[in-house]
Design a protein. Sequence first.
Length: 219
Amino acid sequence: MSLIKEEDKKFLSDEFNKYLKDNVDLIVFTSDSADCKYCKETVQLASEVADISDKINITIYNIDKDREIAEQYAVEKFPTTIVAKSGEKDGRIKYSGLPSGYEFGSLIDDIKSVSSGEADVSSKAIEIISKIDKPITIKVFVTPTCPYCPKAVETAHKFALLNRNITGEMVESLEFENEAEEAGVSSVPHIVINGDVQFVGAYPDEQFAEYVMEAYNQA
């Protein structure tokens, strides 16, 4: 059974025809482990999205068998979906867990942003994150039913698109309960930057960028 409704596929086809410029790769990491509850669905969802446009390519790896490739993309969890410019070994925009519910919209927006190479970010936020010259990881803990989470995920991913020193990772809290518990997640979106700076909520990009700079200064 298809995960994307036919009417939604038609809408997405029109969107992709309108906005996609360069080819985009969806790189999916799965596992044979019984712990990978949604590996099958993650592959199916990415495959259905890729089928909608010839500008979207999909590659599937097994994290157990393709360990070196997983390390190249800095992937440690499964399932993980990465959105990257075609041909680039780039793991900065990633989804740990199935990008379902509200987060499916984030995935679609990421595909369009990566393809165009453009991100709708305020000039003040760009000014702040342009100063980042060492690795920063932004983890955004979400749940599929959280209507505010996509804004936080998209902001983290836009920052990653604009600065190669930044990695933005969506972490599905229900799939990675232990990690969410260790981070002290009690409500979402819960953002953790470099494991040091934390806040809860979908903040405007300027405030979000200030938290990123705080983590940078502590690094």
